[in-house]
Design a protein around this ligand. Structure first.
Ligand code: F6R
Length: 607
């Protein structure tokens, strides 16, 4: 949430900042701004709105070879011009961009006001600029360290100062910050996407670490100004995978269609047909350690939590190990009991979701073992875990997650398979699953081909203000994810419920105006599911049934989406994909910007 970019080198900074900001807009689009240090000192432009609005005039007006920029997702204060970053001190010599939250901002604001400082914005960030300006240290590093000494909270931070025109000082505590190494030029960013066109050689700052970045290189240090040893590494990423031209097909659509290829990448080299198992070297667990696991707990937020629920069911089914999933955002607040023989699994696309990261840290602090199912290589969660499975979904830019979720499910399946095969899962069942996983990309392709029919249903659903998504047992997390996706991008109210629970209350809401989207896999619960749907139909509730070819709906008056079948273990993900298309086309029918849903941003790095 919020994006930071910075540049220092031989080129004009402003165009590079604008380009980086455009690539960061999925991280926040409430406002945008940039500060450049040039021959006429430090100059700042910022406004509520999009990067394209900022672009008009900025490169021409601001000459200078060093600068910082920001896209904002508002935490403190509304999205207006004044609250946009960068924030400056009263003299206009210091500019700061910040991701995170200053917990003691109210105290610091009061203290500064008492000292006669005029605070112009409602933000927590502004205090940094004043604190840096008021420090008596004679280096920019010393001034930033002084300011940080007064601050409690989380930050990814970049500071420029008119009196130190050769450097950017950056700091990290709980919000991502990387330094990118170029040819006689350097970048800083909260997210690789901002700078990947220029460099893939980056250093990830650790929490509590700062860096001085000049055109010639960077040095890292701690808050006591002692040097630290963080170095840059070259990442194995394809910059072209980040390309997406604004105004083209929505990024979410592109990412949905990429799912077969993304799954292929997630499976590559990990399936063992001969022994019907998976090979996951990154787990850092041998067969003996895997056998000793008595429980599996998956932790994630939002859609990653729902996939965690799907994955927990899979682990129980294949490995016969008790497993459940929990919202990572709640986990640490209930003083969880951390068990030595439980395998904790953090599930995250970005690898930067603060709630999931803090859950991981809580587990590790208490001596637990945690692995990560993470998409972004080198991200904070990936680094904080004892081991893990990279998702290999490729960069996911759209705010609404699709291909990364599918690959999370695939990673859960691989984990369940490997865990199962060191326990009681037979080689025959292992091989059956390996074959099914092998066929998954092609089967997803078949699901995606249902798009035209789904789009028609979506256009009809978009006319309703409120709807239910219902499912039971394995279908329930699918319903939760379906409701989530619809809410997120179409702003239609959608509530997920267990089909079995409807008659205990919510059935009262069913009417001609309130449709239900029901998940009805072909399994031992089909008849029970269908019976409950008849109860909805009897109350004139319109029905859309996401089911398998051949399932008999016993004369139910419903629109159906028939999903091809593979093996029952893979049903949840194959039943989820039509719901992505449903949400996408509902939002399109309503003329909404699916890639930038209101109030949201990609990668939630604030609590
Ligand atoms: C929904 C969505 C969010 C994320 C959640 C966790 O489409 O994208 O609910 O799933 O914020 O994000 P990650 O996976 O980055 O930890």
């Amino acid at each position: 949430m919020c994006g930071i970019v910075g540049y220092v080198g031989a080129q004009q900074a402003a165009p590079l900042l604008l380009e980086g900001l455009a690539r960061l807009e999925h991280r926040g689009y409430d406002s945008a701004g940039a500060a450049v240090v040039g021959p006429s000192g430090l100059r700042v432009a910022k406004l509520a709105g999009r990067v394209r609005d900022l672009s008009e005039g900025l490169p021409k007006r601001f000459a200078g070879k060093i600068g910082i920029g920001h896209t904002r997702w508002a935490t403190h204060g509304p999205a207006n011009d004044v609250n946009a970053h960068p924030h400056t001190d009263a003299s206009g010599d210091v500019a700061v961009v910040h991701n995170g939250i200053v917990d003691n901002a109210a105290v610091l604001r009061q203290r500064l006001a008492d000292d006669g400082v005029e605070l112009v914005s409602d933000t927590d960030t502004e205090v940094f600029a004043h604190l840096v300006a008021r420090s008596t240290a004679d280096t920019l590093e010393g001034k930033v360290v002084d300011a940080l000494g007064a601050v409690e909270g989380t930050y990814g931070l970049a500071v420029v100062h008119a009196d130190f025109p050769d450097r950017i000082v950056v700091a990290r505590n709980g919000s991502p910050l990387i330094v990118g190494v170029g040819e006689k030029e350097m970048y800083v960013a909260s997210d690789l996407a901002a700078i990947v066109r220029h460099t893939t050689t980056v250093a990830h700052l650790e929490d509590g670490e700062l860096a001085t970045v000049t055109a010639g290189g960077f040095t890292t240090f701690r808050q006591d100004l002692s040097r630290s040893a963080t170095t840059a590494t070259t990442l194995d990423v394809d910059p072209s995978a980040y390309e997406h031209v604004e105004g083209d097909t929505p990024r979410m659509y592109v990412e949905m269609l990429e799912q077969p290829a993304a799954v292929e990448r997630a499976l590559r080299g990990r399936l063992d047909e001969r022994f019907g198992t998976a090979h996951l070297g990154g787990l850092n667990l041998d067969a003996r350690e895997l056998r000793a696991i008595r429980r599996v707990k998956l932790l994630g937020c939002g859609s990653a939590y729902y996939v965690g629920q799907m994955g927990a069911a899979l682990v129980e089914e294949l490995a016969r190990v008790p497993a459940d999933a929990e919202a990572a955002s709640e986990f640490r607040y209930r003083n969880p009991i951390i068990e030595p023989d439980t395998l904790y699994v953090a599930v995250s696309q970005s690898g930067e979701t603060i709630d999931t990261l803090l859950a991981v840290e809580e587990i590790r602090r208490k001596g637990g073992r945690v692995i990560g199912l993470v998409n972004v290589v080198g991200s904070a969660i990936a680094r904080a875990c004892d081991g893990g499975i990279y998702l290999h979904a490729g960069p996911e830019i759209a705010v609404a997650s699709t291909k990364a979720l599918t690959n999370m499910y695939v990673a859960c399946a691989l984990l369940a398979l490997q865990l199962g095969r060191v326990r009681d899962l037979s080689i025959a069942d292992g091989k059956r699953l390996v074959t099914a996983l092998d066929e998954l990309p092609a089967t997803i392709d078949r699901v995606l081909k249902l798009e035209d029919d789904i789009a028609e249903i979506a256009r009809e659903l978009a006319r309703h203000d409120s709807m239910f998504f219902v499912g039971r047992v394995r279908g329930y997390p699918v319903a939760r994810e379906g409701a989530q996706k619809l809410k997120e991008i179409s702003y239609r109210h959608a509530e997920a419920y267990q089909t079995s629970e409807l008659k205990h209350g919510p059935l009262a809401l069913i009417s001609l105006d309130v449709p239900s989207i029901a998940i009805v896999p072909d399994d031992e619960l089909t008849d029970r599911n269908v019976a409950a749907l008849h109860e909805i139909a009897a109350r004139r509730g319109p029905l859309v049934v996401v089911t398998h070819e051949g399932v008999d709906l016993a004369g139910l008056d419903a629109q159906r989406i028939d999903v091809p079948r593979l093996e029952r273990e893979l049903d949840p993900i194959l039943l989820t994909i039509p719901l992505q298309l449903l949400a996408f086309h509902a939002a399109q029918a309503l003329g909404l910007d699916v890639d930038k849903p209101r109030n949201l941003a990609k990668s939630v790095t604030v609590e």
